[in-house]
Every structure is written in structure tokens, then in C-alpha cells.
Design a protein around this ligand. Structure first.
Ligand SMILES: [Zn+2]
Length: 135
């Protein structure tokens, strides 16, 4: 079962969660770049094989398409991870004491009108309550 955003942030703290999201996102981006290189290389093999190699050309074309497709998926996941992490990081400042990332998520809910995930938070430094939201 997948953990909620509240549990993930509260387990090790916001800063640790944010660092993990960045590492995960940029790891996916690196994987995507490698897959794109694989796809382009397979495409080059496809064009360089002569007409006497139909199965090899088909395998090269399939490898190229799969590599580019998976690179696209990595890029989409990277974009969604980095967008959510940055959106929450920009809101993780207590408006009362300006403490960054020192928060506990009290409650997590889905706003039915905006379809955003709303996090009710408490500052660990001054106990001020504030709200963060993300898609
Ligand atoms: Zn505070």
C-alpha cells in the first residue's frame, strides 16, 4: 500500500522528504537521458543495416521506439515529481516565524472543487497553523 503524502513528510521531516523527491526526480531524468541515447543509437543501427537484415532492422526499430517511449515516460514522471516538490517547497515557510521546512502535516485531504491535495500543517517552531496545497 502506498503511503500518503502526510505520512511521507511526517516520517523523516519535510526537508528529508524534499531531498528524497529531488534525488528520485533527477535519477529518473538521468535514466530518461540514457534511454533516449539508447533509442537514438538503435535508430542509427536501423538506418545503417542493409536491406538483407529484416529481422535485425525490425529489432533495432523496436528497440528505438521502446527506448524513446520509456524516455518520455521518465520525463513525464520527472516533471510531475519536480513540480510537486517545488510547489510544496515554496509553501513550506511558516508565515509567523519564517522557519523553512519545520512542519508537521496534521491532515491531508482532497479538495473536491479544485482537485488539489490540501495539507493542514503546524510549524514545529512556533506552533502556527498554515495550509499548503498541490496537485
Ligand atoms: Zn513558525
Amino acid at each position: 500500500m502506498q503511503k500518503s503524502l502526510k505520512d511521507l513528510i511526517n516520517e523523516d521531516g519535510f526537508r528529508h522528504w524534499y531531498e528524497g523527491e529531488l534525488i528520485r526526480a533527477f535519477g529518473l531524468m538521468a535514466l530518461g537521458v540514457l534511454l533516449l541515447i539508447l533509442g537514438v543509437s538503435a535508430l542509427e543501427v536501423f538506418f545503417n543495416l542493409g536491406p538483407g537484415w529484416p529481422l535485425d532492422r525490425l529489432a533495432a526499430l523496436a528497440s528505438s521506439l521502446i527506448g524513446v517511449f520509456l524516455a518520455g515516460l521518465c520525463w513525464l514522471k520527472f516533471s510531475s515529481l519536480i513540480a510537486r516538490a517545488e510547489l510544496l517547497a515554496n509553501q513550506a515557510v511558516c508565515s509567523n516565524c519564517q522557519a523553512y521546512g519545520r512542519l508537521l502535516v496534521d491532515d491531508e485531504r482532497l479538495d473536491t472543487e479544485s482537485l488539489e491535495r490540501v495539507l493542514n500543517c503546524t510549524c514545529q517552531k512556533c506552533q502556527h497553523r498554515f495550509v499548503m496545497s498541490c496537485a
